[in-house]
Design a protein. Structure first.
Length: 463
């Protein structure tokens, strides 16, 4: 599967047909041959599928008409054959086996999106074509002078707010952000925007104004950082000892740096200790300087409560791997907040080449009849019947194949065990909008479900 993922928002094509809806749209390459229909015992290969694209600028932004993707797109069929298509055009695939086919649109410019009224981006999607019949589908794309905003918070001191803060754009859209965290806003028009940070407790002070103005350019993501410091809510001081425990292969030879309260730092060995005199209260502890093949087990920074006149000890665990043999990530694909019926999928995984690890995906646009949100997970610690069964150290779906990983597993979907395939790309730094995730869950008789897209919040890291 050779795919140009530089412009990767998956878009879609599908035939007439049976188009699966909600979470029934495979959005990850499915390597098995499409299910086929037999005519008098002979495999039928006379089905035809057409895909049409319709691209327009935003009705509320006249300038966006000049921003329509000039070089068109690429339609992929079953991850094995492709054709170029104009921004407003039509292509045909002939000689197809009757049955299910996966169709996807690639090469979409960053300021353009595919959308369907009832099913979000729906890209790729599964299409069923009949023997001797012509099936077809339309892709409606909208292009606008849009950009993004990547907001980070940097909070130092003691007794930080455990609930985090709230970031608001133009007095409307808002997201919760951790005291040391990040959020991404997408599809913001290229213009000036007012960004506000709220929810700071009384013991914390923001550096500068809590309201900032940023100018966003089309196709660009603008970074913005809010810095704050917090003072202890209690009195006195105490002693904090930090221990490091590093396991695995290829440990970091020069050790790390441990920082307390965002202000006091010491060098620390891979298996060593450092002691600080700190204010009493909840003290953040962060470890930095890890080699690219090493990762912290747990939150970073973590929080340690030190009693007045007393001592506290904490151990920071680090695991190192053979370079390139671990992929991890948390975040979401899709636009908007992860609430029921929104076309948003959240993920959390940590998978190693030795086939250990865990994976989970939650699709907020797939609501079960009992009102629960569809979730599939593989974690032997939670369910011994689930597992990671294959790990491939690169992926042609990524801009740089060496920054990608593909893995397969058996997961739990309610009462059922299902096979799944995941493709992930660590194509950029956190907040760059270049990381990519695609998953496909084999639902057997239901033909499978899937989603894929750029990581709109969070990060994917290949170690």
């Amino acid at each position: 599967m050779v795919r140009n993922m530089d412009r990767r928002l998956w878009a879609v094509v599908a035939a007439t047909l049976v188009v699966t809806s909600a979470c029934n749209d495979p959005q990850s390459p499915k390597r098995d041959a499409p299910s086929s229909l037999l005519t008098d015992g002979v495999l039928s290969t006379d089905a035809t599928l057409t895909a049409a694209t319709h691209t327009a600028g935003s009705l509320t932004d006249a300038s966006s008409f000049g921003a329509i993707d000039p070089d068109g797109y690429t339609v992929w069929l079953d991850g094995t054959q492709s054709q170029a298509v104009a921004t407003n055009g039509i292509i045909t695939f002939s000689g197809l086996a009757a049955g299910n086919h996966e169709v996807a649109l690639y090469g979409i410019a960053p300021n353009c999106i595919v959308n369907t009224m009832s099913n979000g981006s729906n890209n790729p999607r599964t299409v069923t074509v009949m023997a001797g019949a012509l099936g077809g589908t339309d892709f409606d794309l909208g292009c606008g002078s849009w950009g993004g905003l990547f907001v980070t918070t940097n909070t130092t001191g003691v007794d930080l707010d455990g609930d985090g803060y709230t970031v608001t754009v133009d007095g409307g859209a808002d997201q919760v952000i951790a005291t040391n965290g990040s959020v991404t806003f997408t599809l913001l028009y290229a213009s000036s925007h007012t960004i506000a940070l709220s929810g700071l407790p009384g013991n914390c002070t923001l550096s500068g104004s809590n309201t900032r103005t940023v100018t966003i350019a089309a196709g660009k993501t603008v970074p913005l950082t809010f810095s704050a410091s917090c003072t202890p809510t209690g009195q006195g001081s105490g002693t904090l000892t930090v221990l490091t425990n590093t396991t695995g292969s290829n440990p970091d030879a020069d050790g790390y740096t441990v920082t307390a309260d965002g202000t006091f730092s010491q060098a620390i060995a891979t298996n060593g200790s450092a002691t600080f005199s700190v204010p009493a209260g909840a003290n953040p502890v962060a470890l930095s300087g890890l080699a690219s093949n090493c990762a912290l087990n747990g939150a970073n920074p973590g929080t340690v409560t030190v009693p007045a006149g007393g001592t506290a000890t904490t151990t920071v665990a680090v695991t190192c791997f053979v370079p390139g043999t671990r992929i991890s990530g948390t975040g979401q694909i899709g636009l908007g907040t992860p609430t029921p019926h929104n076309n948003v999928q959240t993920f959390d995984f940590d998978v190693q080449a030795n086939l250990t690890g865990r994976f989970s995906i939650t699709a907020y646009d797939d609501i079960h009849p009992d009102g629960t949100i569809a979730t599939v997970f593989a974690d032997p610690a939670r369910d011994p019947a689930t597992l990671i069964k294959a790990y491939r150290t690169s992926s042609a779906a990524c801009t740089d194949p060496s920054r990608g990983v593909e893995f397969d597993g058996v997961g739990r979907d309610g009462p059922d065990l299902v096979n799944f395939t995941v493709i992930v790309c660590d194509d950029g730094a956190q907040g760059s909008g270049r990381d990519f995730l695609s998953f496909f869950i084999d639902k057997h008789a239901d033909a499978g479900i899937g989603r894929s897209g750029m990581v709109t919040s969070g990060d994917i890291v290949k170690n």
